[in-house]
Ligand binder design. Sequence first.
Ligand code: FPP
Length: 252
Amino acid sequence: MSASTVTPKPLHVAIIMDGNGRWAERRGVPRALGHREGVQALRRTIKAAPELGVKCLTVFGFSTENWSRPADEVSDLMGLIRAFIGGDLKKLDKAGVRVRVLGRRAGVPADILKLIDHAEATTAGNDKFLLQVAFNYGGRSDLVDAAQALVDRAAREGTFEVDEDTFGDQLSTAGSPPVDLIIRTSGEQRLSNFLLWDCAYAELVFQPVLWPDYGPEALQAAIEEFSRRERRFGGREVLEAPVSPSAERVVI
Ligand code: FPP
């Protein structure tokens, strides 16, 4: 495909929602309030994303490393995740959103696991938009779990061949399209162990805005920045998307 025929819109956007703490600090209010406003920003962003042509949004809700925060902050974040996955489900389902929660199930409180299972089962047939919430997620642990699953399968079935599709199918993102655009707010410029496999060819956009202030305008600005990038996926021609053997495996 030549550059002139390219319509560069990101199908899959992933966001590292950073800066809740600093937002709260700057206002002299508890961090919990920053996280609470962060959920509001998430709601605004979920609404705006499909209007901007995005089909899949993946957000970093809670990392495997976030357990090391003080107990009261972990408890605040758990409460917000409970409220979001439980409380917003009806609205998301009605809007045709399929909800998936990425990450390790081990170590997640039982009541949250129940909410996750319910949300995933309720929305499994939706195909307008895919929302993936990374929760108790780490890119490296997801890769390790995938490798372990393949080792277990080899021991069980004697199948020793691995390719990109069979490996990708074992990740918690299995079936979601590759990430086109990854956004990190708050000005920090790191991936922080997020979606290491899926971001292989993602465009990185770092925005100074603190996450609780995020919304449709900021998302649109990130998408416009993405549209100005030329993606070659290791080749010489500008392409809209990678020529990937996984293209027919995507769930949405
Ligand atoms: C980073 O802010 C944000 C997080 C720890 C995760 C994002 C969490 C939310 C938006 C709320 C709950 C999530 C869901 C999915 C309902 P920070 O505390 O690291 O900010 P700082 O770097 O300014 O301290």
